[in-house]
Design a protein around this ligand. Sequence first.
Ligand SMILES: [Zn+2]
Ligand SMILES: [Zn+2]
Length: 153
Amino acid sequence: MVALTRVRVNGRAVRRHQFWVRHHKNSLEVTRFASRLVRMADPRIDPTVPPSGDGCVEYLASGGWWFHLRRCASCGHIGCCDSSPSQHASAHAKASGHTVIRSFEPGEDWFYDYETDEGMEGPALAPPEHHPLEQPTPGPAGKVPRDWQRHLH
Ligand SMILES: [Zn+2]
Ligand SMILES: [Zn+2]
């Protein structure tokens, strides 16, 4: 009898411990989910706006070339990165007050806030989430000078 009771008590204790672990894990997940929701509700980010196109808006118009592409998280403007000759993504942020960008490079989903000068997380944005894979870096094809590395910032 005593042995049986002990087993039952031990059994209950194990179950209670498992419940506590599961409960604790759940509340951690709830906390993480809530902070993700807050980030998703960031008024500077509109996940429904598609990107403006395949390449830097200004350079597509002027015939220039870029190194990496950045996407305005607010209006979808695609601009070139700060290593590119004319830094159109930064210029757009300054001119428009849209301070959050996301990388428009394949395999990259980081966000960056010009105001705080820090990287941040954010939600998935309206597709496409990066420039076409066949588009070279630097790009676009046919516009990049041979000595392009000398022109980087
Ligand atoms: Zn914008
Ligand atoms: Zn540009």
